[in-house]
Design a protein around this ligand. Structure first.
Ligand code: NAD
Length: 482
């Protein structure tokens, strides 16, 4: 395995606390070079069966009996161990996903933060007492679902494993994790560390493999009590449909076409880095990427030219060189993104970054592209490109800004740049999104901030304290004592 920081065999699955070879293997590709760098386990429906059974047994065993404080202590230890190995995690992720090293390191630190946050939160989830009839005491309990299934994508493996598995474990669920076939290495590394930190066998099981095989088996399994999915709308629909067969609740974090709305009075010097970074971070492969920049007409030319200046300075190359952008995840993703860019109307390309001349030919590099010209209904301004491209669109007034901002099927994140406080408050209410940022853009924000979408961006909330409610079931207890 040419990743010198890898200390385990990625062709093994974790089931019931035992690492064992998968029945078959898939190639692991380094997107910076296009070369195969190892073999990943290809788990099957039979492995998912065993993983779900192991999770069920863990719920009945040590894990299920553990107090919330003890669960928190284990999560805290995992967080400390992730922090201690953050550089290893970063190199592994940069190599597996193609993200620049600094961004991979930030993800490793976020994974540790999720563990810290949910470690502290584990024993602070409380019920209510409810005034009721005379002679009664009524209270609520928050209990774990039982076995939770987690299907995660390749773009932010560490962050998404952290937020979803972290919150589920804090509530006492036992997890079965199916990472994305394109990037599973840090999920496996995390599971190794979790076991070393004292997580009991079966509390976290990891079955790597294909979506239509291991993923489909997990989402349709009758022994799973809750499903958490992050990925595409198309697969989200499949997951929700298969979960419906067993009436299993689902959290869906799907894509977005998130706008930043820039009014004429905005502080552009502050806004500019946010406007651009929110589009090119992780080479635009971010569900909460800001791919639409709406600008009040009088500042439109100014914003386009100042963003163009920044775009022209962006450099793209191998992840470990730690430039502004790395490669896209795969040849397929590159083809999809180039297909979108080919739809740009004549003269619409305002600026492009540069792919290093000596970047490996097999890597999946795409120059970041700023587009000015496609109208709000153009596919480039409507569809999630999931690559390094942003469209700048002018608007006349607040009404039109809101109509354009809300004019896609998505609703994940939005931001507003204005010094006018009343306008900030109005737009925070009127924008259709799970998160609204005023004079900043958080691409999902910190671990503390509840995150999720409306419309085709999905439903349910992860991150923050809110996620603990999602990963638990409320029980009402009514005692009649006279
Ligand atoms: P995807 O939806 O195909 O894959 C995400 C996860 O779902 C992976 O673990 C995959 O193995 C699994 N999966 C695939 N088919 C499945 C099935 N039939 N049953 C169960 N699980 C299945 O996403 P992708 O191909 O990795 O990316 C494609 C598009 O998804 C992107 O272009 C982007 O629009 C979107 N995306 C969104 C996010 C996000 O964070 N919201 C993340 C990644 C991708």
């Amino acid at each position: 395995m040419p990743i010198d920081r890898l200390w385990f065999d990625p062709s093994e699955l974790l089931i019931g606390g035992v690492w064992r070879p998968a029945p078959a293997a898939l190639p692991i590709e380094d997107p910076s070079t296009g070369s195969e760098i190892g073999l990943l386990g290809r788990g099957t429906a039979a492995d998912i069966d065993e993983a779900v059974a192991a999770a069920g047994a863990a719920r009945q065993g040590d894990w299920g009996r553990m107090t919330a404080a003890e669960r928190g202590r284990i999560l805290a230890r995992i967080g400390q161990m992730v922090l201690a190995r953050a550089d290893d995690f970063a190199v592994i992720e940069a190599t597996d996903v193609g993200k620049p090293l600094t961004q991979a390191k930030a993800d490793a630190l976020a994974l540790a933060r999720y563990m810290e946050f949910y470690a502290g939160a584990a024993d602070k989830v409380m019920g209510d007492t409810i005034p009721y009839l005379d002679g009664y005491t009524v209270y609520t309990l928050r209990e774990p679902h039982g076995v939770t299934g987690h299907i995660v994508p390749w773009n932010y493996p560490m962050q998404i494993v952290g937020r979803s598995v972290g919150a589920a474990l804090a509530m006492g669920n036992a997890c079965v994790l199916k990472p994305a076939e394109e990037a599973s290495l840090t999920a496996l590394a995390f599971a190794r560390i979790a076991a070393e930190a004292g997580l009991p066998p079966g509390a976290l099981n990891v079955v790597t493999g294909l979506g239509e095989e291991a993923g489909a088996a997990l989402s349709s399994h009758p022994g799973v009590h809750h499903l958490s999915f992050t990925g595409s709308v198309a697969v989200g629909r499949l997951i929700q449909t298969s979960a419906a067969a067993h009436i299993v609740p689902v959290t869906l974090e799907l894509g977005g076409k998130s706008p930043q709305v820039v009014f004429a009075d905005a502080d552009l010097d502050t806004a500019l880095p946010f406007l651009v970074n929110a589009g090119i971070q992780n080479a635009g492969q971010t569900c909460s990427a800001s791919s639409r920049i709406l600008v009040e007409q009088s500042r439109y030319d100014d914003v386009v030219s100042r963003m163009a200046e920044r775009y022209a300075a962006l450099r793209v190359g191998p992840a470990l060189l730690d430039l502004d952008l790395g490669p896209l995840i795969s040849a397929r993703q590159k083809e999809i993104v180039e297909g979108f860019l080919a739809m740009a109307p004549e003269g619409a390309v305002a600026a492009r970054g540069t792919v290093l001349a000596d970047a490996p030919k097999g890597g999946h590099y795409v120059a970041p592209t700023l587009l000015a010209g496609p109208g709000p209904d153009h596919p480039l301004a409507q569809d999630e490109i999931f690559g390094p491209a942003q469209v700048v669109i002018p608007f006349e007034d607040e009404e039109e800004a809101v109509a354009i901002a809300n004019g896609t099927p998505y609703g994940l994140v939005a931001s507003v740049w204005t010094e006018n406080g009343a306008r900030q408050m109005r737009l925070a209410k009127r924008l259709r999104a799970g998160q609204v940022f005023l004079n900043n853009y958080g691409a999902g924000g910190g671990v503390e901030l509840p995150f999720g979408g409306v419309g085709k961006s999905g439903h349910g909330r992860e991150k923050g304290f809110e996620a603990l409610y999602g990963f638990s079931v409320l029980k009402t207890v009514a005692a009649r004592h006279g």
